[in-house]
Ligand binder design. Structure first.
Ligand code: SF4
Length: 173
């Protein structure tokens, strides 16, 4: 099992990596930071740097995509649910494409540790891109470890953000 883990931020990755290692004993994990939805740019950089620290601590390699894009989210005019669907789709498609091109067999996302994200929607989108690319999307409800992950993040002195990521969510908080 060769799994590409979409990493939305450092704190969210910590428990997820532990859970995957515990559940799938022979799993090789590689992280991928692909989050054009994080705004403004200094926040994007900060979360990317935190992800690098977190995955180094867990001894997991990390691929970082510097694909910052504020305009698409800023100009998006539909309701929040549609916007989040667009946001999950962009990120999971990018990760599935990379997984396909680089010989991974499975993929999943650290978004699934958050009780604030739409798990059903993420599962549906992940499975759609898995089918399209001959991959397996690993759906697990990692949210039971949300507090444990936050505790580890505090111990590592990682930055813990207060809003989801896009410029609109910054003002919705
Ligand atoms: S609220 Fe979060 S998931 Fe929804 S569009 Fe913004 S960054 Fe993406």
């Amino acid at each position: 099992m060769n799994l590409l883990l979409h990493v939305c931020c450092g704190p969210c990755s910590l428990y997820v990596i532990d859970d995957i290692r515990e559940t799938f004993k022979d799993c090789k994990i590689t992280g991928m930071f692909a989050n054009p939805n994080i705004h403004p740019y200094d926040e994007f950089q900060r979360r990317m740097e935190n992800a690098q620290i977190a995955l180094k601590n867990k001894d997991v390699p990390l691929v970082c995509v510097d694909d910052f894009d504020m305009e698409k989210w800023e100009k998006y005019e539909q309701d929040r649910k549609s916007r989040c669907k667009m946001c999950y789709t962009i990120r999971l498609e990018r990760v599935a494409d990379y997984a396909k091109e680089n010989g991974f067999t499975h993929f999943t996302t650290t978004l699934l540790v958050s009780p604030y994200q739409d798990h059903e929607m993420i599962k549906e989108i992940g499975e759609r891109f898995a089918d399209k690319n001959d991959l397996i999307f690993v759906y697990r409800d990692f949210s039971k470890g949300f507090r444990e992950g936050q505790k580890q993040a505090r111990e590592m002195r990682l930055y813990r953000q207060k809003y989801c990521g896009c410029i609109k969510s910054l003002y919705e908080k």
